[in-house]
Design a protein around this ligand. Structure first.
Ligand code: SF4
Ligand code: SF4
Length: 226
């Protein structure tokens, strides 16, 4: 999602790599689950997130659409996002995966395969011409006494270099699509969105996600940018 605030307003001013050590760890969150409650429809899911959710829960994209995810328009393109549910006995909504009972109350039910957005928080990515840096969002998590941790450890993603290369490819591709979307023709815009959903989300990925994703991206680029 595109944001309008300046970098100084949003972040601590630093630009970090995977091996930077950053004060990011709120020490287990100590019962806080604020960021899982005020999420609006902003946790957009990329193909890797959907692949992880589908494998983790043993569900197809269509099955996830029945409860866990929904579709929304994000800066002109239809993309899936995590679903929200109404809070019980209170106003407001929370992420569908925020535990409500027993020892999982207030905890993430899908911690080991949670989406990239959740893994990063309270960090974000700053995309520049040559790639991206990690940035620390200064007003998003109210926990004051965060512990130092490497970005790599914070993300906890295997094969991080491969994941980062994928993230950059997906981001660049979506940015290019947004630039080239036909502004005047709603029907054509929808057709492109549906083509992307079919190509990158609806069809399950083979075991090696990155290779499968790369092949699909090549084919889709061949169709859309020929
Ligand atoms: S707002 Fe901060 S402390 Fe609270 S759940 Fe999110 S990351 Fe943890
Ligand atoms: S997936 Fe987990 S970490 Fe992410 S918003 Fe939902 S409950 Fe919170």
């Amino acid at each position: 999602m595109l944001r309008n605030e300046s970098l100084e307003e949003l972040t601590d001013g630093g630009k970090y790599t995977a091996d930077s050590v950053v004060k990011v760890d709120p020490d287990g969150c100590r019962g806080c689950h604020l960021c899982c409650e005020v999420v609006e429809d902003t946790i957009i899911l990329d193909p890797y997130d959907i692949c992880a959710l589908a494998r983790g829960l043993g569900k197809s994209f269509q099955e996830l659409m029945q409860r866990e995810i929904a579709l929304g328009v994000c800066d002109g393109i239809i993309l899936p996002h995590l679903n929200l549910v109404e809070k019980e006995n209170a106003s407001g909504r929370h992420c569908v995966f925020l535990g409500q009972e027993g020892e999982m109350q207030g905890r993430c039910l899908i911690h080991s395969f949670r989406p990239g957005f959740c893994r990063l928080f309270p960090m974000g990515r700053l995309y520049e011409e040559e790639g991206f840096s990690y940035v620390l969002l200064k007003n998003e998590c109210p926990y004051q006494d965060k512990k130092e941790c490497s970005v790599r450890a914070w993300l906890g993603i295997e094969e991080l270099e491969q994941y980062e290369a994928y993230v950059l490819e997906w981001h660049s591709f979506i940015a290019r699509i947004r630039e080239q979307l036909p502004q005047e023709n709603e029907e054509d815009r929808q057709k492109i969105s549906l083509f992307l959903l079919q190509s990158f989300y609806l069809t399950p990925y083979r075991e090696g996600f990155y290779e499968d994703f790369g092949e699909r991206l090549k084919k889709v680029k061949g169709v859309l940018f020929a």
